[in-house]
Design a protein around this ligand. Structure first.
Ligand code: ZN
Length: 228
């Protein structure tokens, strides 16, 4: 038998085996996730039932989070935006839809604007994703400021923030206080001071809040899912 055929056959057998192996791993992972979730729910019920942590429950339990079974939708690059890392672009389905729709609204008011850069959302299945403390449940997304680097285009960022702000499923956005002040200025110049007052914390609004250090990206949090 020629070598080519032998090697080809071995490769095919290996691929088949790998496929079976992969399926087994996936089923095991799904099983572990389900057990994790049920354990979490059971613990939560016990905790609620006893009004506080059960006496036999170690203190760290409340920090444990199961893999989030809903964090299974990936944002692939599309029209008008790019995605920095696919591995870190998994979210709840509603989050992913909300991101795409907000970016569409942004481009509708800024035709020809450069692509929006989507940074971290969550990893597949959720859970810790250093260096973030959040981004665990598929409902947080970081979006790079338009124009950055080298300099933020605040007029464009204001349009982006307004676009996300139109989605009632967007619970809150975080940017540094100094960024909010810049956004307030461009809003005034565009005759949109009233909208700035609704959105920006520095103007008394409630949707765009201060988070120190968020100077070159905006952190958008969608509702839904478990808190983390
Ligand atoms: Zn973030």
């Amino acid at each position: 038998m020629p070598w080519g055929i032998t090697i080809g056959g071995a490769m095919a057998a290996f691929a088949k085996d790998a496929k079976r192996h992969g399926a087994a791993v996936a089923w095991t992972a799904a099983g572990i996730s389900t057990v994790g979730l049920l354990t979490y729910v059971w613990r939560e019920q016990r905790r609620v039932g006893t009004k506080g942590p059960a006496p036999d429950m170690p203190a760290h339990v409340e920090l444990e989070l199961p893999d989030h079974p809903g964090v299974n939708t990936v944002l692939d690059a599309g029209k008008g935006y790019r995605v920095r890392s696919r591995e870190r672009a998994f979210g709840q389905a509603r989050t992913i839809v909300g991101i795409v729709q907000a970016i569409d609204r942004y481009h509708a008011v800024r035709p020809g604007a450069p692509d929006v850069m989507v940074l971290d959302i969550s990893r597949r299945g959720g859970g810790p994703m250093p260096p973030h403390k959040s981004h665990q449940t598929g409902r947080d997304v970081d979006i790079r400021n338009p124009g950055w680097p080298p300099t933020t285009n605040y007029a464009a960022l204001w349009d982006l923030v307004r676009a996300f702000g139109e989605d009632p499923e967007v619970q809150v956005m975080f940017v540094d206080r100094g960024v909010q002040e810049e956004l307030g200025r461009v809003a005034d110049a565009a005759g949109q001071s009233a909208r700035a007052a609704e959105l920006l914390q520095v103007r008394g609004g409630s949707r765009v809040k201060h988070w120190a250090g968020h100077k070159n990206h905006v952190h958008v949090r969608f509702r839904g899912g478990v808190a983390a």
